[in-house]
Design a protein around this ligand. Structure first.
Ligand code: DX5
Ligand code: ZN
Length: 216
């Protein structure tokens, strides 16, 4: 399976965002963490930043919405240049999460759902056919630099089985505490897209770190 790397710009230097995005040009996605201070106890970046970074990279923008009622904003993130937008299943009713995925697809973009650590694997099932990607959090969302939760691997394995049986084109992404060691564990459990913030941006040689995360 081809492993994709999605460095999280949450760990970048926001005063030098263009430079720090160009530093990850050998990656597969730019992971953009959007936080509203309500769904998670932190604030980060939003629509104007997505719009500003769109022209500085050819990599697809993977926008992770940690916001309540994402349905309100998904179209604006798509218009700003997101290529892939993920919404937390915990962020609204199932009906509204379905509507959000539909809106993203209507914009011609890829869509998916995210699960917090306490949310069970089965929670993806109603959304699996409408998802291009499933994101399993391996830390509590809200902050970079936290410790990887190995007990999430049962969930990754279960979701890998659902995907292989029901929607094999769907990607399986993990986010939080990914470094070269935990990357290996997540890939063995069935993940094929790895988000990494601190492990990428703290590295002296970023292209080498990206290769390492791929297991090469
Ligand atoms: C956490 C974010 C992550 C975070 C990952 O809420 O969703 O994307 O930036 O950072 P690391 O890789 O440092 O755990
Ligand atoms: Zn994220």
């Amino acid at each position: 399976m081809q492993i994709k790397i999605a460095p999280s710009i949450l760990s970048a230097d926001f005063a030098n965002l263009q430079r720090d995005i160009q530093r990850i040009s050998t990656a597969d996605y730019v992971h953009v963490d959007v936080m509203d201070g309500i769904f998670v106890p932190n604030l980060s970046i939003g629509i104007p930043v997505v719009q500003s970074i769109r022209p500085v990279t050819t990599l697809p923008l993977d926008v992770h919405l940690m916001i309540v009622q994402p349905l309100r904003y998904v179209e604006r993130f798509c218009d700003a240049g997101a290529d892939l937008v993920t919404c937390h299943v915990e962020a609204d009713t199932p009906e509204n999460i379905h509507l959000a995925l539909e809106k993203i697809h209507t914009k011609g973009k890829k869509a998916g759902v995210v699960l917090k650590p306490n949310t069970r694997a089965e929670a993806v099932l109603p959304f699996l056919h409408a998802s291009d990607i499933i994101l399993v959090m391996t830390v509590e969302p809200g902050f970079g630099g936290q410790k990887f939760m190995p007990d999430m691997m049962d969930k990754v394995r279960a979701i890998r089985r659902y995907i292989d049986a029901q929607n094999p084109a769907c990607e399986l992404e993990v986010d939080g505490g990914i470094d070269p060691d935990t990357a290996k564990i997540a890939v063995e459990a069935g993940a094929n897209v790895l988000v990494a913030g601190s492990a990428v941006y703290k590295a002296d040689d970023i292209p080498a770190r990206i290769r390492q995360l791929r297991g090469l």
